[in-house]
Design a protein around this ligand. Structure first.
Ligand SMILES: O=C(O)C(=O)C[C@H](O)[C@H](O)COP(=O)(O)O
Length: 205
């Protein structure tokens, strides 16, 4: 199965208020070099956006984030998600994510949560909230005792701090919302979004 962590150095984390923005937004991100896109389940438009991208932008790896319940998993699969991301995970959510048949990144923030995920056979996780939970220094410390676990740190990361994470051996990619700021989406400035994506795609040549 393709690893979500290896598709691009950055996964854009998107909060979308207007599903009509979904297709041009996804095309701009893909054109900039970021094919893996996470639409968060934070707005009523989110699942419509996922459906539109799945139908009209097949070159995008469209994923769903802010998955916090088994019902979210089912709705995301039905909408056409190709991967799932959660900010944390309970035993029930872990089970639903595993049953989805999709690649997924459950969120962890402590060593014990990492070990619980490893017990379930997982080796690729989201580290959230990355900056607040210890940042790149925390992940660097984990690479000693847990060298086989790779992370997608997300939460508070910027274009300036991303490179420090990407230089770590246990970081596959980072996630962030800086590529799709609300003002650019509201203005429909897809060229600017493509420019932000291209800069992010170049963080790891
Ligand atoms: O919604 C989710 O599933 C989350 O876990 C939280 C998001 O990944 C972060 O909020 C990313 O947002 P920034 O910190 O703005 O880059």
């Amino acid at each position: 199965m393709t690893s979500i962590l290896d598709l691009a150095p950055v996964i854009p984390v998107v909060v979308i208020h207007d599903a009509a923005h979904a297709v041009p937004l996804a095309r701009a991100l893909v054109a900039g070099g970021l094919p893996a896109i996470e639409i968060t389940l934070r707005t009523p438009a989110a699942l419509d956006a996922v459906r539109a991208i799945a139908a009209e932008v097949p070159e995008a790896w469209i994923g769903v984030g802010t998955v916090t319940t088994p019902a979210h998993v089912a709705a995301s699969v039905a909408a056409g998600a190709r991967f799932l991301v959660s900010p944390g995970a309970t035993p029930d959510l872990h089970a639903a994510l595993a049953d989805s048949g999709l690649p997924y990144l459950p969120g962890v923030a402590t060593v014990s949560e990492v070990l619980a995920a490893v017990e379930r056979g997982l080796s690729e996780l989201k580290f959230f909230p990355a900056e607040a939970a210890g940042g790149a220094a925390y992940l660097k410390a984990l690479s000693g005792p847990l060298p086989d676990v790779r992370f997608c740190p997300t939460g508070g990361i910027t274009v300036d701090s991303a490179a420090g994470y990407l230089a770590l051996p246990n970081v596959g990619c980072v996630g962030g919302s800086w590529l799709t700021p609300a003002d650019l989406l509201a203005a429909g400035d897809w060229d600017a979004v493509e420019g932000l994506a291209a800069k992010a795609a170049g963080l790891r040549p």
